[in-house]
Design a protein around this ligand. Structure first.
Ligand code: RB5
Length: 151
């Protein structure tokens, strides 16, 4: 599952963790697209959620990672973009099943709610787990129908 193209973004609260994750991604041969922010200066998570989510939705990258203080703002914002299935994960179990069952294409992380070491483990399992398909496909099709009907 290597050589995936990954877009990554954060706000100021997620900036330090983003740096750690970029190092991890480079070391593990992922192709990384850093969409900012580029400092700890206060900014709005929505702007970075938008950049990463659009890249994922347009299939310019395979998947995205978004980090803010709790991961909540990033997940709310990125899920507004058609085609995005962003999963806020605070455990490895959630990360694994967000791929197996939900085929999540964006992982949202909380830098203030989860230890860096744990976030790294969450990222690893999320990147290395494939969608299971099968009985989950019709459920995801229903989510696509919701988008068509409401967005
Ligand atoms: C920034 O203070 C904080 O609100 C943001 O990082 C995030 O947690 C929002 O959901």
């Amino acid at each position: 599952m290597k050589n995936l193209k990954i877009a990554i973004g954060s706000d100021h609260a997620g900036y330090e963790l983003k740096k750690e994750l970029i190092e991890y991604l480079h070391n593990n041969k992922y192709e990384v697209f850093d969409e900012g922010t580029n400092s700890i200066e206060r900014c709005d998570y929505v702007d970075f959620a938008k950049k990463v989510a659009i890249k994922v939705a347009k299939k310019e990258v395979d998947r995205g990672i978004l980090i803010c203080g709790t991961g909540i703002g990033m997940s709310i914002a990125s899920n507004k973009i058609k085609g995005i299935k962003a999963a806020l994960c605070v455990t490895e179990y959630m990360a694994k099943f967000s791929r197996l069952h939900n085929n999540s294409n964006i992982l949202c992380l909380g830098s203030r709610t989860v230890e860096t070491r744990e976030n790294l483990k969450i990222v690893k399992i999320w990147l290395e787990t494939d969608f299971e398909g099968g009985r989950h496909i019709p459920r995801l099709n229903k989510i696509e129908d919701l988008e068509k009907e409401n967005l």
